[in-house]
Design a protein around this ligand. Structure first.
Ligand code: PDD
Length: 287
């Protein structure tokens, strides 16, 4: 079934929605994005995603083309028009179409940014069977650029990492820099040791996950111990549990790293509890 998508102020059938070949998102990966999950037809953590979008745009000297209220209305309209019960809304803002290829940024007064949104229907998103089995990851070197805190559309290396994982018979790759895990190809990484949740501290070397912030806040409220610091692959392999978080996967267990079983080799109780708390709380606050 054809989706209705949003491009620069218009709601269109997906086959009729177009962006210029000169768009800087296409030529330069000069753009940022957000992925917001939908459960029960409502948006999870919309405030957090909007705040991070504003930050990404600010860091790249781009203006936000719409207000928060307008963006929420566009999200809701697309969810309604496409009958999304469980799934995601993808949003992308690029530095627009200056009409030619040029390394210099165009003048925003004459080149407005491009805003595109579309939905992805994922029935069963919250009931993902992987939560009961866990995933296997490999470790790869992190050779991405140095501003991973900005959610840009430069996703070639993360895509390559996913392919390397698939080739190795695994589900994802955890990236490693200077001996320490940074994050997964499209998620934040955690281990659990002696009941303590360990995850890399925020900086420019990882994306500041919206799910990460929510899960850590909920873990703290549940009196769980948290340590924000880098960890190695060896430490992860020797941990009691490992898991990852992202807007589209929520909390999912990792049961194997580079062929070594984590803990018992089965999903652990901390990841299961955090998934449950996160889904419960998020449904309550969804908009
Ligand atoms: N990925 N780290 C990276 C590199 C990511 O791409 C993502 C999100 C995260 C988790 O952030 P959040 O909890 O805000 O989703 C961490 C999205 C889901 C994607 O690219 O599809």
């Amino acid at each position: 079934m054809s989706r209705t998508v949003y491009v620069n102020g218009e709601y269109l059938p997906e086959a009729e929605a177009t962006v210029s070949i000169f768009d800087r998102g296409f030529l330069m990966a000069d753009g940022v994005y957000e992925v917001t999950s939908v459960l029960g037809g409502k948006l999870l953590d919309f405030d957090g995603h909007f705040a991070r979008l504003e930050r990404s745009l600010r860091e790249l000297d781009m203006a936000c083309p719409v207000t928060k209220d307008e963006l929420l209305a566009i999200h809701r309209e697309l969810v309604a028009q496409n009958g999304i019960d469980e799934g995601m809304v993808y949003l992308q803002v690029t530095r627009g179409n200056p009409g030619d290829r040029d390394f210099s940024f165009p003048d925003p007064a004459t080149t407005p940014s491009t805003l595109v949104l579309f939905t992805q229907s994922k029935p069963g998103l919250a009931d993902n069977p992987t939560a009961k089995t866990g995933i296997k990851v490999i470790s790869i070197e992190d050779i991405r650029w140095g501003r991973r805190d900005i959610k840009t559309v430069q996703l070639l290396y993360p895509s390559m990492g996913k392919m390397m994982a698939k080739k190795a018979g695994c589900d994802d790759a955890w990236m490693v820099e200077d001996g320490f895990v940074t994050e997964g190809t499209s998620n934040n990484a955690y281990i659990v040791k002696g009941g303590r949740i360990i995850t890399r501290n925020l900086g420019t070397d990882i994306l500041h996950g919206i799910t990460r912030a929510a899960v850590l806040r909920m873990a703290q409220e549940a009196q769980m111990e948290i340590e924000e610091r880098p960890f190695t692959v060896a430490e992860a392999q020797a941990a009691d549990e490992a898991f990852f978080t992202s807007a589209s996967a929520f909390v999912l267990p990792v049961v194997e790293i580079d062929g070594a079983a984590v803990g018992t080799g089965a999903p652990g109780p901390v990841a299961a509890r955090l998934r449950e708390i996160y889904l419960d709380e998020s449904r309550k606050t969804a908009v």
